[in-house]
Ligand binder design. Structure first.
Ligand code: AMP
Length: 193
């Protein structure tokens, strides 16, 4: 039987997590889960969760940890047969990492590999501005972009030291998408062999 495994993609907004997650899905058949996408889906449905999330997202703040992890579990429960998951944009706080580990939450999601896409701060800003022009997301205004980047450094970057060094693989996200993907494939191939 093929080994089941889950990957966490860590990196700032605009570091290329979504692009790489899609490529990993195509090659390795893992299920891509983006909490940002899940929230946007809930918002489009205008349901209770969506309305709650929208107020945070529109300000560039992170949504509450428990809300995020509950939504994630609900979604993953729909795919019990998945070969594994690519968690894109979650965890984003130490608390979320603990909840994923089952600390303070009745279920856990094993994290087997963490791939950290490292991109310079100036490049992150440039990419987000460019994406804003293309996607016209409501949370891509200059003020909100600034908040999202600040929150990344304050709340998400500390995850690098939360996770055991042995599990984190740093990839140079400044390279073009194909080179980044080649580097990621080396890491995954090494892990599954
Ligand atoms: P993203 O599409 O990953 O850039 O996420 C868009 C927005 O959704 C973020 O700026 C947050 O407001 C919210 N969000 C996505 N994932 C999370 C998470 N793991 N924890 C809290 N908020 C999140």
């Amino acid at each position: 039987m093929e080994k089941k495994f889950n990957i966490v993609l860590l990196g700032a907004p605009g570091s290329g997590k979504g692009t790489q997650a899609q490529k990993i899905t195509e090659k390795y058949g893992l299920k891509h889960v983006s909490t940002g996408e899940l929230f946007r889906k809930e918002i489009s449905l205008q349901n209770e969760l969506g309305l709650k999330a929208q107020s945070y997202i529109d300000r560039g703040e992170l949504c509450p940890d428990i809300l995020t992890i509950e939504m994630l579990h609900h979604y993953l429960d729909l795919f019990p047969e998945a070969k594994g998951y690519i968690l894109d944009g979650v965890p984003r706080t130490i608390k979320q990492a603990q909840l994923l580990d089952g600390v303070g939450y009745p279920k856990s999601i094993p994290v087997d590999l963490i791939i950290y896409l490292s991109v310079d701060q100036l490049e992150i800003v440039a990419r987000m501005i460019k994406r804003a022009e293309i996607e016209k997301r409501s949370d891509d205004t200059p003020e909100v972009i600034k908040n999202r980047i600040n929150n990344y450094f304050a709340q998400t970057k500390p995850l690098e030291s939360y996770y055991q060094k042995s599990k984190i693989y740093k990839v140079n996200g400044m390279n073009d998408a194909e080179t980044v993907f080649t580097d990621i494939c080396h890491i995954i191939d090494q892990f599954i062999k």
